[in-house]
Design a protein around this ligand. Structure first.
Ligand code: ADP
Ligand code: MG
Length: 143
């Protein structure tokens, strides 16, 4: 499914819509260039899951941020920025393989295209954001 968003708010709202479908245990792979809107989308996911979107920012220098959630089934929100990561081994060394086994966690990866092994994982939600013009983006969603 492809959707054109005309401003930041629309991408944020799309993140909220996608989060409504989450049950826990999902892996969300975000791809797109710098400034595409991956973090904006992630903030929308956060908002819907009752995590203050202001707390969520690009964890570029931190790689992984873990948040506790006050939800019935989803208890952890794991936000990863893979910009400086190049292999699945590096991801696993920070706990990725353990997080994705948890049914009460949502794992979100920005720059997922940097790690080719992620393509082999089944049942991912893939979100590709393409810059069209200053305020518009093409968001491709694949479940
Ligand atoms: P990324 O995480 O992909 O590097 P960010 O989400 O941090 O990108 O930043 C996206 C930037 O693009 C923000 O400054 C935002 O205001 C701007 N922007 C403009 N139009 C849109 C849109 N339609 N969707 C998302 N962001 C947009
Ligand atoms: Mg970002």
């Amino acid at each position: 499914m492809k959707i054109i968003t005309k401003n930041e708010k629309e991408t944020f709202n799309l993140g909220m819509e996608v989060a409504k479908k989450l049950k826990g245990g999902e892996l969300v792979l975000l791809s797109g260039d710098l400034g595409a809107g991956k973090t904006v989308f992630t903030k929308g996911l956060a908002k819907q899951l009752k995590l203050n979107p202001r707390k969520v920012n690009s964890p570029t220098f931190i790689v992984l941020k873990e948040y506790e959630l006050e939800n019935k089934n989803i208890h952890k929100f794991i936000h990863i920025d893979a910009y400086r990561i190049s292999s699945i081994d590096e991801l696993n060394s920070i706990g990725f393989n353990e997080y994705i086994l948890r049914n009460d966690a949502i794992v979100i990866i920005e720059w997922a295209e940097k790690i080719k092994e992620l393509k082999k994982i089944k049942k991912t939600i893939r979100v590709k954001i393409k810059y069209l013009s200053e305020d518009s983006r093409e968001v491709s969603l694949n479940y």
